[in-house]
Design a protein. Structure first.
Length: 557
């Protein structure tokens, strides 16, 4: 944490943690402004945690969350009002400090401060606000007639899908002009977090710097997207910069909505409340599993769609297996509260999974959706939907609870002209082209193709999109590449064995290996070795490098 002074009244900073508040108060600050929405990042503490620590340190607080890339006029007004009302000096923070600096710049512009003074003050603090100068000057209007940058292909999102498709494009045509738009500094191998929560992987092994993974020759635009104007082939960035494209590929993943469960953000990472869906919490899962000797362990799964539909039960199996091996299972009650109606969506894998559910004496609670949690009281509440549609509230106690948050499309996608009625990018499920917008494609978790949202799906989708983009550019004469809905979910049913679920559209089984080698419907030691030792290097050194092992796309005439 490093405070960057804008003026005597305001300093801004990147994300802070509760342990920083004593230092902030000791530095003489009187107030805190949080400009980052809860649940935006995988390693981010909630505001309630910051708020409690700030008040304990004698600081006033204001929560003014701004979605990355979507600083509105109302946000600027609210920030200006907070600047006026709160005791000085004020400490404002977001993910990097840029949103806070942007809000101050626009607020001061609305007060009539000359643009050069604003730019000088922010530059001295380490923030380049030249991209906001046009908005300051024209009252917040965003001109798109002149682009700040133009590229043949623009990819929104630098996660697994975005980097994989960039590499697949370059492997086919090395001289392409490609840009990836992503504000993140760190890229995470999220499939590894299940193993972190079981003490198999170290958390640090699942993280690398974004700069080390962006393919050579690809332009990295380190910014957040605010909006799309497909009729002008333009992407509007935070700060009102404009990037134009020949072809647009959207691969920005989905949003984890931690705040949708009442009380959850107040208690994550303490009081026995954890989640492998956040980088900094997966080690806490393993700590809780190791420390638990008796009591009730609760595992939850929200309504679909979610990232990796098998992950909520993977943690159950690995935790129960540890308790069984350490002789504690008989003293621990295990409940699995699932908002859905079945254990797994592809029936061929259910019998093997049920044997483990029975062996671990786990209680299945279908049609139960987590709505509220009280960490200090160790209580959780669920909305239960009966067969006739009647809803009732169910209360349970816990000694540890693993929570999977509700998930959906990112806000800037959901409100864009790219989205369907549910908020996902509207694509043809075979070609992954947008259904109505020429020159737009999508892959990964953000598109509305009815497949499992897994890294394995993105691995198969990337070559399909790469081929079809180049075909549409006239660089390839062959027919369309077709995606069959392939997804893979290595269900870690015990330490050392996995049920390797591989399937496509409609639940069709799509095994990668002959059944004599790996029978995906049965627990397998070889499948575990694949997950533990083979898939991570395939991810880092093949998928993200354009080497399409077992991922060559099917072509149609």
């Amino acid at each position: 944490m490093q405070a960057k002074s804008i003026n005597k009244a305001l300093s801004v900073s990147e994300q802070i943690r509760a342990t920083d508040l004593g230092e902030i108060a000791g530095a003489g600050f009187k107030s805190i402004i949080c400009n980052r929405p809860d649940g935006e990042g995988a390693d981010q503490p909630g505001f309630s945690e910051i708020d409690a620590a700030a008040k304990a340190a004698g600081l006033q607080t204001a929560y003014l969350p701004v979605v990355s890339g979507m600083v509105t006029d109302a946000d600027v007004v609210a920030f200006g009002a907070a600047l006026d009302a709160l005791p000085k000096p004020i400490f404002a923070y977001c993910r990097t400090g840029t949103r806070s600096a942007t809000l101050w710049s626009l607020s001061e512009g609305s007060r009539g401060r000359p643009v050069p003074e604003i730019l000088a003050a922010t530059k001295a603090a380490g923030y380049d606000m030249t991209g906001v100068a046009r908005r300051i000057a024209n009252g917040g209007r965003t001109p798109t007639d002149i682009a700040d940058a133009t590229h043949d292909i623009v990819i929104v999102g630098g996660g697994a899908a975005g980097i994989a498709v960039a590499s697949s494009l370059l492997s086919r045509k090395h001289d392409l002009d490609i840009a990836i738009i992503d504000p993140a500094d760190i890229h995470y191998y999220q499939p590894g977090w299940t193993m972190v929560g079981a003490g198999v992987f170290d958390a640090a092994s699942t993280a690398r710097t974004m700069g080390s993974l962006i393919p050579a020759g690809v332009h990295w635009i380190k910014a957040a997207v605010a909006a799309f104007e497909p009729e002008k082939k333009a992407v509007i960035l935070d700060g009102c910069r404009v990037v134009r494209y020949g072809k647009l590929i959207v691969a920005c993943g989905l949003k984890l909505n931690w705040a949708a469960v009442e009380g959850l953000t107040d208690t994550l990472g303490r009081n026995g409340v954890t989640s492998n869906y956040r980088y900094d919490l997966a080690p806490y899962t393993w700590q809780l599993v190791q420390d638990m000797r008796k009591g009730r362990a609760v595992f939850t799964q929200p309504p679909m769609p979610i990232k990796c539909a098998g992950a909520p039960q993977k943690v159950l199996y690995l935790s129960a297996d540890h308790w069984k091996r350490s002789g504690r299972l008989a003293d621990i009650d295990i409940d699995f509260f699932n908002a859905g109606a079945v254990l797994f969506g592809v029936k061929e894998y259910v019998p093997a999974l049920m044997k483990y559910i029975e062996a671990f004496n786990a209680n299945l609670k279908f049609q139960h959706n987590l709505t509220k949690i009280d960490g200090p009281a160790r209580k959780a509440w669920f909305a239960r939907t009966d067969a006739d549609g009647t809803k009732t509230e169910v209360e349970t106690t816990f000694d540890m609870i693993h929570v999977v948050p509700p998930q959906g499309a990112p806000d800037f996608i959901r409100v864009s002209p790219l989205a369907d009625s549910a908020g996902w990018v509207d694509v043809d499920q075979a070609t992954l082209r947008h259904k109505t917008l020429t020159d737009v494609y999508a892959l990964g978790d953000v598109c509305n193709a009815p497949n499992a949202k897994t890294a394995a799906a993105a691995r198969k989708q990337a070559p399909v999109v790469a081929h079809n983009v180049l075909k549409d550019l006239g660089a390839i004469r062959e027919g369309d590449a077709i995606y069959d809905g392939y997804g893979s979910c290595p269900l870690t049913v015990e330490r050392g064995k996995i049920v390797l679920a591989e399937f496509g559209y409609g639940g069709k089984l799509l095994p990668s290996f002959p059944s004599w080698l790996i029978d995906g419907t049965q627990p397998s030691r070889l499948a575990w070795l694949l997950k533990e030792r083979v898939l991570p290097p395939i991810y880092w050194q093949a998928m993200l490098r354009g080497k399409e092992w077992l991922a060559k796309p099917e072509l149609v005439a």
